[in-house]
Design a protein around this ligand. Sequence first.
Ligand SMILES: Cc1cc2nc3c(=O)[nH]c(=O)nc-3n(C[C@H](O)[C@H](O)[C@H](O)COP(=O)(O)O)c2cc1C
Ligand SMILES: CC(C)CC(=O)C(=O)O
Length: 418
Amino acid sequence: MSRQQQLVPISIADLEHNAHITLALNALDYYRSGANDMQTLKDNQDAFSRIRLRPRILRDVSKVDTQTTLLGHTVGSPICIAPTAMQRLANDAGEKATARAAAKAKKCMILSSWSTTSAEDTIEAGKEVPEDLSSPGLPLYWFQLYVYKDREVTEQLIRRVEKAGYKALVITVDTPFLGRRLADVRNVFKLPAHMNMANFEHKDSKVTMATILDENPAEAQAESLLERTAQNGPEAAATGRTTKVVRQESSLAAYVVSQIDPTLNWKDIAWVRSVTKLPVVVKGVLTAEDAALAAEIGVEGILVSNHGGRQLDGVLATIDALPEVLDAVKGKNVEVYVDGGVRKGTDVLKALALGAKAVFLGRPILWGLAHDGEDGVTLALNLIQQEFELAMALAGCCKISDITRNHVQHGTDARSRL
Ligand SMILES: Cc1cc2nc3c(=O)[nH]c(=O)nc-3n(C[C@H](O)[C@H](O)[C@H](O)COP(=O)(O)O)c2cc1C
Ligand SMILES: CC(C)CC(=O)C(=O)O
């Protein structure tokens, strides 16, 4: 059996392939896993393939413009960056690298509450990138909020991100408990000792990270596939670690139990709205019923998400849930976005054709980071951006408002118009 080769990446799939070879198993498994049987994780991507495109022809597509607005801010494209925790596991520059790549591409980035770089340092890194005046639009930073049991901790975090310049709060509502990701349990997931949840690093912070910090770094960091292959031959590399299943629950799940408030309900969303002037987006809506409640409470945005298949396994693929959410808020002043399984330019086109205002990418950004830090994230963003521009042109669309529901249908039956 030959050792797996890294590819010169020309697609998100290539970046993922490379990350599978280079990342340490502890990080790779944390990033790639879904919950339980990972049905929903798979379906997020499969569902895009079930949707077919209906291109229009002869429309002068010599110039394609992807500019759009998100909650009143102009950005270069509807392709955005979803919040993913602990980015320094992929590359030491972590969230700073992502913020700089977002700035260069004039894209929207959502920073995770559980970043390994503080909210202030992350946005500063983005602001250091010289402004590109050649086209309109600016980078945009939003902050993803986990509501802590301790509301004082939550409110302090809100004050900090308001001051730092984040333009919206994205409240994650699908994680009262952490989904069961088997690989993290097997690997006894730990955050290496030189990293931390940087938004809570102050010594007087009431947030304890004891469950996830690695007290024995030499042991817990399983090697990358490359290292495992070199040491043990391809068979050992394929099987990975086989020893030490010592816990039934991952350290991350234990952390969530200790800190995150499982009593979270609609009143808390109203509470967050009452303590900030920032617009609020709820992340994790999958049904028309909840979309209607969110609109009633007055949130500014809904992110249709199943957390990348990492929470409740067996839920609908997000692109399948999107139409009912859109229908439920029709005529209301709410922007609707989607994440989950977006890997190609045609996926972006399909999501926008169904009515999403923007799409967010989770894992592709991590694969880019793992490949080459800031340049790797830039590459990931550019690859999908170029694919999207080509898909728009081939479908006869010059600008975002040209993309309509008539550009998609379900499956191959011409009567299955969406
Ligand atoms: C490694 C990883 C960490 C994540 N961390 C967070 C997080 O801290 N907060 C959050 O709201 N969502 C988090 N998510 C979910 C993403 O925001 C997003 O919903 C999902 O990754 C989109 O699916 P995709 O990875 O297929 O693009 C995480 C996802 C991954 C893969
Ligand atoms: C540590 C986790 C709660 C962050 C997260 O949302 C995830 O891993 O999916």
